[in-house]
Design a protein around this ligand. Structure first.
Ligand code: ASP
Length: 312
């Protein structure tokens, strides 16, 4: 089977000055993931390395440079899901794991449970060879400054370089037809300590079923959870393309099932929760699609001719 890869760096009001960095970050993530897939490597390795690149890049809200909680700490969440077994590995409220996606993978592969949180998750990380970092090592200067502004003023998106979001995600299919999806986030800025959004929750921020496709979501977590958006989008891939948004019927009816499923899930998010967000997906054949109802979304995918398409 032909491998496929799609990544995202969040759907938000990305300011002009961040566009280049977001594009470059998505391009680097594609390069890292595709270097595995193109030479017959696994989709699991591909989503893990792609996400690690995005986690290490402070322009995105995951790993280093994540938004801070009300208490001024980073608390990260991540998930990886296997489309063949329907098993996921997820971790939440991590304060001392540099690359949360590595821990999600360890949980997927070597833990009897599918999700661990807080100290228990960090203990499992340490016992399984993942070195813990100091909480401060995850705090970027820009987010520290934003947090200080929120402290003296009031929490405002503008303080956070114009963004409240910036979660990252990846979906890949390898030569053997294995499908994996993954999502990693620092959550929303100035969130209450202990808050967990959609991102690490199976079916909400991520879902994969090789019979239909794989999805990674981003946006306002409390709303995405309400419509179980990742699972909803995967289920939309199971049926022939139909238009759910009558106002868009004329434009949408020539779209592929993949494009329509992405749009319909985002349409549902707006209609039922009035919230904003975005998603990326691969259908079971590897066709990429994306949709968002925010001003911009950072994303990238590998085109059929092997070239990298990135856009913000
Ligand atoms: N969905 C994430 C959360 O609510 C935020 C984001 O996507 O940027 O934690």
């Amino acid at each position: 089977m032909k491998p496929a890869l799609i990544v995202h760096g969040g759907a938000w009001d990305i300011p002009d000055e961040a566009v280049e960095a977001c594009n470059a970050g998505c391009h680097r993530a594609l390069t890292a993931g595709w270097s595995h897939l193109a030479r017959g490597g696994s989709a699991l390795d591909a989503v893990e390395v792609a996400i690690m690149v995005l986690e290490d890049d402070p322009v995105f809200d995951a790993g280093y440079g994540s938004h801070l909680t009300l208490d001024g700490r980073v608390e990260c969440d991540a998930i990886i899901m296997n489309g063949a077994t329907l098993r996921s590995g997820a971790a939440a409220t991590l304060q001392r794991v540099k690359n949360p996606i590595q821990l999600a993978r360890k949980i997927l592969e070597s833990c009897p449970h599918m999700m661990l949180v807080a100290e228990g998750a960090e203990r499992f990380a340490k016992e399984n060879g993942i070195k813990l970092c100091k909480p401060e090592e995850l705090v970027s200067e820009a987010e520290q400054e934003a947090w200080m502004k929120c402290k003296v003023d009031k929490h405002a998106a503008e303080h956070h370089r114009g963004h409240e979001q910036g979660t990252v995600g990846a979906v890949a299919i390898d030569r053997n037809g294995h499908l994996f999806a993954a999502t990693s986030t620092g959550g929303t800025c100035c969130k209450l300590p202990g808050r967990v959004g959609d991102s690490p929750l199976i079916g909400c921020g991520c879902y994969a079923d090789y019979e239909a496709g794989g999805v990674s979501c981003t946006g306002y977590g409390e709303a995405i959870m309400k419509i179980v958006m990742a699972k909803t989008a995967v289920d939309l891939l199971r049926r022939p393309a139909t238009c759910v948004d009558p106002s868009q019927a004329a434009d949408n009816c020539n779209l592929s099932t993949a494009d329509l499923a992405a749009r319909e899930a985002i349409h549902l998010l707006g209609k039922r929760t009035h919230a904003t967000g975005g998603l990326i997906l691969l259908d079971r054949l590897g066709n990429p699609a994306f949709a968002f109802n925010t001003p911009r979304m950072a994303y990238g995918y590998v085109a059929p001719d092997g070239s990298f398409i990135t856009s913000v």
